[in-house]
Design a binder for this molecule. Structure first.
Ligand code: HEM
Length: 101
């Protein structure tokens, strides 16, 4: 069967997860920084965001936490990632190079 995601090497997983533990550190303030930076880079994105900001930040933090603490099983999370992509398209987000690097 064709693999859905590219496997990360164990030391790559460790590096990403160490970095993630430092960034998240039990608080969600980094999510605010992500949005601040996104709107600084492209203020025209603001109208795409209509949901309650606290609710959105909690959802983003939960999603990132689920994905980044499960990197060993990324293939099994492919359905979640595909779903997020589909919902982002519905919200008006567009694939690289427009809204993502
Ligand atoms: C690591 C990158 C990102 C993650 C993990 C992420 C995650 C999320 C999550 C969990 C939601 C909540 C709704 C849902 O579950 O579908 C959401 C909403 C949204 N995201 Fe992202 N996102 C990312 C990057 C971006 C970027 C670069 C854009 C740029 C356009 C974007 C645009 C949006 C929009 C427009 C919404 C809907 C907001 C609303 O209804 O107020 N996202 N994102």
């Amino acid at each position: 069967m064709q693999q859905e995601t590219k496997d990360l090497l164990p030391h790559e997983i460790e590096l990403v997860q160490q970095g993630w533990a430092r960034i998240s550190g039990g608080s969600q303030s980094y999510v605010q920084e992500v949005y601040d930076e996104l709107f600084r880079l492209d203020p025209t994105l603001q109208p795409l965001f209509t949901d309650d900001r606290d609710h959105l930040m909690t959802k983003m933090a939960d999603t990132l936490n689920t994905l980044l603490t499960s990197l060993e099983a990324l293939d099994r999370l492919a359905f979640i990632i595909r779903d997020i992509g589909r919902r982002h398209l519905q919200h008006g987000a567009r694939p690289p190079p427009l809204h993502y690097p």
